[in-house]
Design a protein around this ligand. Structure first.
Ligand code: FMN
Length: 310
C-alpha cells in the first residue's frame, strides 16, 4: 500500500493510460479487474459514446476506474457533465489548465489527477488542488511537452517540487522500468504503449502488430509546429517531415494533417497514411498479451527486483 493505491482504492500502483482509439471499456475493465487502475480515453469519443463506455464498464467491473479528458477537447463541458452524471470516481486531465475543472469535479467527490511535462506545470497542478500528478516524460507515446524533458530527469525534478503523489509515465513497459521510476521518487506508474499491445485494446490489430514489429529509433516527434506528437514512422510521418523541413506554414500543416488521421491509423489500421501514436518503448514490446497478464508481468518483475534490493 502507498499513497497512490490508497488514493484510488486499487491493489497495485499501476495505471493503464487513457489513450485515444485504444482504451475503451474492455481494456479499462480488464486492467481494473486485475488490480490496477483502468482508464477510458475520452479524447476520441463523442459525449454519448463516452456515456456508453462508462455504462459498459460498470457492467464489466465494480472496481474503481478513471476517465482521461484532454482539456483542449472541443466538447469538454459535455464530457464533464457525463462524468458527473455517471458518478465517475477518478478523472485524469491533460493538455490544458488544471484550474478550470479541478474544483468542480472535486466538489462532486471526484479524485482529480493532472498530467504534466515539467515541474513548473506540476506546481501549477498542485496549486489548482489536484490530488496527484502524472509526470510524463518525452519518450511517451502521444502528445509530448515542448521542453522535451525525459522521464529520467522529469520524475525526480517533479518529486522535488510537489508534495502530492507523483505517478511516472513515459517509457515504462516492464517491472524493471517501474522499479527505476519508483526509485526516482514516483509512487505509481502510468503505462500506455504496452497496453495497446493487448487483445482488449480497441485499436486495429495491424497497429498492435506494428508496435510489436517496431525497433529502436522507429518513433520520432512530429508536427512540432502544431501540437508535438510522437509517431511511428510511416508515409504520413515522412510527408510531415518533408513539409516541416521545407518550411510549411501552420495552415499548410493543418491541411496536410486533415481530419481523422489518428482514427485512420490507429483504429482503421491504415499503416501508411494514418497517424500512429506510440512511445519509444514500443521497441521493447515483443508480443500481444492479455491486459491482465501485462499487469501481472510488470508487477511480478517489479516485486522480485525490489526484494533483491533489500
Ligand atoms: C495511442 C496513444 C494515445 C494517447 N492518447 C492520450 C490522450 O488522449 N490523453 C492523454 O492524456 N494522453 C494520451 N496518451 C499518452 C498516455 O496517456 C501515456 O501517458 C503515455 O502513453 C505513457 O507513455 P508510454 O507510451 O511510453 O507508456 C496517448 C498515448 C498513446 C500511445
Amino acid at each position: 500500500m502507498n499513497r497512490v493505491t490508497r488514493l484510488f482504492g486499487i491493489e497495485y500502483p499501476i495505471i493503464q493510460a487513457g489513450m485515444i482509439w485504444a482504451s475503451g471499456w474492455r481494456l479499462a475493465s480488464a486492467v481494473s479487474n486485475a488490480g490496477g487502475l483502468g482508464m477510458l480515453g475520452s479524447g476520441s469519443m463523442y459525449p454519448e459514446v463516452l456515456k456508453e463506455h462508462i455504462q459498459k464498464y460498470k457492467l464489466a467491473s465494480d472496481k474503481p476506474f478513471a476517465v482521461n479528458i484532454p482539456l483542449i477537447y472541443p466538447d469538454i463541458e459535455k464530457h464533464v457533465a457525463v462524468i458527473i452524471d455517471e458518478k465517475v470516481p477518478i478523472v485524469f486531465t491533460s493538455a490544458g489548465n488544471p484550474k478550470v475543472y479541478t474544483g468542480l469535479l472535486q466538489s462532486h467527490g471526484i479524485t482529480v489527477v493532472h498530467v504534466v511535462s515539467s515541474s513548473k506545470f506540476a506546481m501549477k497542478a498542485q496549486d489548482a488542488g489536484c490530488d496527484a500528478v502524472v509526470a510524463e516524460g518525452f519518450e511517451a507515446g502521444g502528445h509530448n511537452g515542448r521542453e522535451e524533458t525525459t522521464s529520467m530527469v522529469l520524475i525526480p525534478a517533479v518529486c522535488e517540487k510537489v508534495s502530492i503523489p507523483v505517478i511516472a509515465a513515459g517509457g515504462i513497459a516492464s517491472g524493471r522500468q517501474m522499479l527505476a521510476a519508483m526509485v526516482l521518487g514516483a509512487e505509481g506508474v502510468q503505462v500506455g504503449s504496452r497496453f495497446i499491445a493487448s487483445p482488449e485494446a480497441s485499436s486495429h490489430d495491424s497497429f498492435k502488430q506494428a508496435i510489436v514489429n517496431s525497433g529502436e529509433g522507429d518513433t520520432l516527434l512530429s508536427l512540432k509546429k502544431l501540437t508535438p506528437v510522437r509517431l511511428l514512422k510511416n508515409r504520413f510521418f515522412d510527408a510531415v517531415q518533408h513539409a516541416e523541413t521545407s518550411g510549411a506554414t501552420i495552415e499548410e500543416l493543418t491541411q496536410l494533417l486533415g481530419r481523422g488521421r489518428a482514427k485512420k491509423g490507429m483504429f482503421e489500421g491504415d499503416l501508411h497514411e494514418g497517424e500512429l501514436e506510440v512511445g519509444q518503448v514500443s521497441a521493447l514490446i515483443k508480443s500481444i498479451q492479455p491486459a491482465a497478464e501485462i499487469l501481472e508481468d510488470i508487477w511480478l518483475e517489479y516485486s522480485r527486483l525490489r526484494a533483491l534490493q533489500h
